[in-house]
Design a binder for this molecule. Sequence first.
Ligand SMILES: NC(=O)c1ccc[n+]([C@@H]2O[C@H](COP(=O)([O-])OP(=O)(O)OC[C@H]3O[C@@H](n4cnc5c(N)ncnc54)[C@H](OP(=O)(O)O)[C@@H]3O)[C@@H](O)[C@H]2O)c1
Length: 273
Amino acid sequence: MDKKIIFFTGSSSGIGWELLKKLLQEKHFLILPIRNYQQKEHLKELVKIYKDNIEVIEMDLGNLNSLTNQNIWHRIKQYPRIDILINNAGIYTHTKHLQNGIELQWLVNYIAPAYLSLQLVDLLSKSNSPLVLFVSSRMHYMAKINFEDLQYSKHYSGQLAYANSKFAITSFSLYFAERFKNIRSNSCHPGVYSTGITRDLPFLIKFLWNTFIAGPKGGSEVLYQLLFNPEFNQQTGKYFDKLKISQAHKDCYNKEIQQKLLDFLEQATGIFI
Ligand SMILES: NC(=O)c1ccc[n+]([C@@H]2O[C@H](COP(=O)([O-])OP(=O)(O)OC[C@H]3O[C@@H](n4cnc5c(N)ncnc54)[C@H](OP(=O)(O)O)[C@@H]3O)[C@@H](O)[C@H]2O)c1
């Protein structure tokens, strides 16, 4: 198998952690944006074993100063190319957190992966077969975005904020595929698993979820198949429900809504689109 250079978010836990171990066994080179790396003993152990195949980049995707840090980007841009970008990091939170004046689920689940993808276009374009995979969720169908109040100043529902952010990244994935035709871009719902995503849920729901729902291996296998199975290597601009091509929320394809979401991204990060 070709050895790929893979930029991979959300590899320190859950679905991403399982996928990381598999990708390292196959000797790909992994660039890993990680927050609070020094506190992640399990990851440090893996880095010791695979030190020639990993570069850890200290980056907090929920903080614009970190996400757009020019020193970090200078270092990333030294790579000769990037073959695969896996936008897997995500959060689900019940309580409202603001960072840089922006609701946190917007930042981690939409603004960060969209910003990373745009910043990496040049490096992806140097690959023979570039691919971006955005990990979304079936919950994006529940989105109801109020563009007049993106920061939920009147009312906050963590579930709605999660759904909205996953709608936004699904819609962005479609935009990205159309705008950069040389780079394949797909989004997916990986399935439902017991992972760190439940950490902010009320105790009882978390307990039931972690008791009755399987661990994340199935999710990592879905991502692995979408990335490497030749059956999918012509697909772009698609939303997958696990391994099945599906119709995303119909408004994800709406150009006006896509533009409003791009305006939001541009206002937040200053990136020129
Ligand atoms: N589990 C499910 O049932 C399910 C269903 C549908 C979709 N998904 C999606 O699948 C993806 C993976 O989630 P998971 O279930 O594996 O959850 P998880 O175990 O909580 O993993 C989330 C990953 O994202 C990283 N992350 C979160 N906030 C970050 C930040 N500010 N900066 C850098 N990294 C950050 C986490 O890093 P830390 O270790 O530092 O927290 C972790 O590596 C997410 O996009 C999620 O929305 C999951």
